[in-house]
Each structure stands twice: as C-alpha cells, then as structure tokens.
Design a binder for this molecule. Structure first.
Ligand code: NAP
Length: 474
C-alpha cells in the first residue's frame, strides 16, 4: 500500500498515527496518509509565515511564471493524478459526459493557467496638481484552505492558485476521505515553489478547527458543508480572518412547457447525475410543467436504467460508487422518506449488491416540498422531479430554499428563460445548461450557500487587501 506524507516547510512529515484511505469502488484501503494533529498546524503556519516576506516580495512576473510551472507539473503527471483521484473518490477516469478524473485534473490545469495570467493592477483614482491617489492590492499573509471529498484536487487548485498568485503563502488541509492526490500534488509542487510557500497537513476535523482558530492565519477559504462553514466562521472571528465560504447547494432547474422532453432529457440527466450527483452545483431539484411531466420522467428513468455503473478505473464506466458509506446511507434515507410520503421511485432506489458503495441511479416522480429529498441537499445519484402548472409557483418553490448556489431555466424561448433565470435567488443562473462553471467567471453562493466568490479577477480580489496611497503634491 502506498503511503503519502504531509509536507511542512518543504519537508515530508509523517506521524505515528496513520489514516487509511479506502477506494469506494472496493471498500478496501489502497493508501495510508499521516494522521496530523494541531501541533502540525502550528508548524505549518510557522513555516508559511517565515516564507511570506520573500514570496510576497517576489516580482509579479516571477510569481506568474511559477504558478504556470505548477500547471506544467499537473500536466506532466496527469495520468498518475487521474488514477489517484479515481481511486480515492470513485469517479470514473472518463465518465458520464466526460465529467470524471480526466476533467478534474484537466480542469485543475486550466484553472491554474487562467489564474497565472491574471493581472494585479494598481488603480489611479486621481492624479492632478493637488495629489496622486493610487489603490494597491496587497497579499494578506497565510491563507488556510480546507477542501471536501467530491472534487479534491480541482478544489484545492481553486483555493491555492489565486492565493499564491496574489503573493500569499498557504496551509492546506484536504478531506480525510480524499487526501491522496492533493498530497502527491503538493509533493510535486516542491520542485517549483520555495519551501514553506505551500504546506499540506492531513488529519480530522480537529486539524481543520485548529486552522480556523489559528491567530497566524489571515484568511480561510473553505469548500464543504454549510454546518462546517458556520463552525469555521465562528472560529475565524477570533482574529477577524477574511473568509471565502463555498458551501452546500440545492440547485433547482425549471423546464418551461415549450421544451421537447425527449430532446432535453439527456442534458438534464447529465447535469444532475455526473459524478453521481456529488457536485455542489449539480441539478438537485427539477421542476417540470404538467404538460411534459410524464414524458420527461419516463425518459429520465430510462436513462438512469441504462447508465453503466462500476469501478471508475474501468474505461466503460459512466458512474462510479458513492464516495463513502455514510453518504450512501444518507441518500437512501432521503429516498425512503420520499417513498413513505407517496413519491414514485421510477428507477433505482436501492444499493447495488457487492463490494463498494454503489447506489442505483434514482429518479423520483411525484416529489414535492415536505419530502427530505426536495428540501435537503441529497449530494448523491438521486433526482426528485416536481410537477408544476404555474411557472410563478415553480419559481417560488425554487427560491423557497435556504441555499442559493446555482439554478437553471430550460426553454426554446431564450428571452423568457433569461428573464426567469434572473429572478432565481442564486449566485449562478444558467439557461439551457446547469453547473457550467469556467475559470474566468465568478462562482459563489448567496443565502446559506456561502460568502464570496471564486475564479478569475473577481476571485483573485478575495486574496488581496486594498491599500490607498495618497501622495500630496502641494
Ligand atoms: P464537510 O463535512 O463540511 O467537510 C469539508 C472539509 O471540512 C473536510 O476537509 C473536513 O475534514 C473539514 N472539517 C470538518 N469539520 C470541520 C471543522 N469543525 N472545522 C474545520 N474543518 C472541518 O463537507 P463534505 O461532506 O466533505 O462536502 C460536501 C459538501 O460540500 C456538500 O454540502 C457540497 O454541496 C459542498 N460543496 C460546495 C462546493 C461549492 O463550491 N459551493 C463545492 C463542493 C462541495 P475531515 O474530512 O477530516 O472531516
């Protein structure tokens, strides 16, 4: 079994306690990682603080070059990293609509390159006989990053690349369930970055909690569940840490009556089920007009029955297992709740026998508010379909959620769909698409889905503080 170490101050660090990492396709461990503790947090923060003056003082062009070199590292080790991502998350190498570990590593490269290319401008607000006023953007210090298990490598890249590009140093903690590709990447990054600039520690929630309360960390960027986001926000108050929180979603999609159900079904299926629904901005509630309801449900159920579920290392696999047994049990509990309250399970609704944490892709008809699968984020291979007759009512139901990450409207009438999409209460609204993120467009949640945005120039601003410099001329 491979073992992966933490990296603190450029040095591999292990510990007496080891964490076993299981492959969800088999349920068996395939790697061990060091089980870090709050002392390691102290060491990593100290190393990052020592590295900060030189890194933040590095000429901008050189930092840009080094971030680009990290993309080269990802590219050179793409096959190895893809296999590690598949082993730890269960997601296929290719997968449904090619949303698998190939996309995860490919996306990590693309996001890194776009971030390397971003400018950090100086704004001139005034330059006259009285004074010159410039607004400079300065790095914050040490950034703490905590990542979840669904897209571990890509989300770590989303956090660390803008942090580094801006001149911050980083302490990173991946999810205990999926630390492996991240540890390997940070090990490889050691060939590019000065020591102490990027540190990674593993461990359980106590490590994450120690980071969020740590006085030496200036900002936390966190992607994960809303309850954990609240914990982090509370602890961060101790030293007024800056926060970017990318939290849970329960994205709604509204299908307008002019859509051809057979034509739209594969697209809807893909955006709901890729990565087994374990993506923050997957389509998680589908509102369909009464006139197409039965036809669209039947088509979605047919697709769910045909999709190939299996070990992600097998090239034919479209959907892998659920990432962990607790999540599979949770998903099943939501399905059982819906069944008990009168919903019709058109496909799936059960575990798949054998090793691993497989769950049959599930389409639920006659879903309605009051069922947990509608009211809560399922984060699994289950799609509830809700019937509506009045589009204003569908919009009201879509917005009647504490979450506000993404949402979509599906129609042949682009003008009407866009007008409706603008009224969705969410950070990203798509027309005839869902979850279509890209590295130059801001992405983030409103309401309980988070604070702040990531990506592009908008996201980079979150890793910088503004300094106004006024030079008098008289
Ligand atoms: P989670 O349970 O909140 O865990 C996320 C990370 O937080 C893990 O590294 C975890 O460490 C750590 N953690 C747990 N308790 C902590 C504490 N008290 N203080 C500090 N850190 C702590 O989330 P998850 O189950 O891994 O991820 C699924 C959730 O993430 C879903 O709700 C999904 O929608 C959301 N998500 C959001 C986005 C977005 O961009 N908005 C993207 C992806 C996922 P351990 O693993 O060691 O427990």
């Amino acid at each position: 079994m491979h073992h992966f170490n933490m990296i603190i101050d450029g040095t591999p660090v292990s510990s007496a306690r080891l964490i076993e990492v299981a492959n969800p396709a088999t349920g068996r461990p395939f790697a061990t990682v060091a089980g870090g503790d709050p002392d390691h947090v102290d060491q990593a923060v100290a190393a990052a603080r020592r590295a900060f003056p030189a890194w933040s003082g590095t000429p901008d062009a050189e930092r840009r070059r080094l971030v680009n070199a990290l993309a080269d590292v990802l590219e050179a080790h793409m096959a190895e990293l893809m296999e590690l991502v598949t082993q730890e998350t269960g997601k296929p190498l290719g997968g449904l609509n090619q949303v698998g570990s190939g996309m995860e590593v490919g996306g990590a490269i693309a996001w890194t390159r776009v971030t390397a290319g971003l400018d950090i401008p100086v704004d001139v607000l005034q330059d006259n006989d009285d004074a010159r006023i410039e607004v400079h953007r300065k790095p914050l210090g040490v950034v703490g990053s905590i990542t979840p298990w669904n897209w571990p490598l890509m989300i770590c890249v989303w956090h660390i690349m803008p942090a580094l590009r801006a001149g911050n140093t980083v302490v990173l903690k991946p999810a205990s369930l999926t630390p492996v590709a991240t540890l390997r990447f940070v090990e490889l990054a050691g060939a590019v970055l000065p020591k102490g600039v990027l540190n990674v520690i593993t461990g359980d929630a106590d490590v994450g909690a120690a980071m969020s309360g740590h006085p030496g960390i200036a900002k936390m960027v966190f992607t994960g569940s809303t309850p954990t986001g609240r914990h982090i926000m509370r602890s961060a108050a101790a030293n007024l840490k800056r926060l970017t929180l990318e939290l849970g979603g329960n994205d709604a999609g509204i299908v307008l009556p002019d859509v051809d159900p057979v034509q739209v079904a594969p697209k809807l299926f893909g955006v709901a089920f890729h990565n087994n629904g374990q993506t923050c901005a997957c389509l998680k509630r589908l509102y369909v007009h009464d006139s197409q309801y039965d036809a669209l449900c039947a088509e979605l159920a047919r697709l769910a029955g045909e999709v190939r579920v299996g070990n992600g290392l097998d090239a034919a696999t479209q959907l892998g297992p659920v990432q962990n047994p607790a999540q599979r049990n949770f998903v099943h509990a939501l399905v059982e709740d819906a069944r008990a309250k009168g919903a019709r399970v058109l496909s799936g609704g059960h575990f798949i026998d054998g090793d691993g944490y497989f769950y049959a892709p599930t389409v639920i008809a006659d879903a309605r508010p009051g069922m947990r699968v509608v009211d809560e984020e399922q984060f699994g291979p289950v799609l509830p379909v809700i019937r509506y007759t009045d589009v204003e009512d569908a919009l009201a139901q879509a917005n009647a959620s504490d979450n506000g990450l993404g949402g979509s409207v599906w129609s042949a009438d682009i003008g009407a769909a866009t007008a409706l999409a603008r009224r969705l209460e969410c950070g990203s609204a798509w027309v005839n698409e869902h979850g279509a993120i890209q590295p130059d467009a801001p992405f983030g949640g409103v309401k309980q889905s988070g604070i702040g945005v990531e990506f592009g120039a908008y996201g980079l601003e979150e890793y910088l503080s503004l300094q106004t410099v006024k030079v008098m001329k008289r």
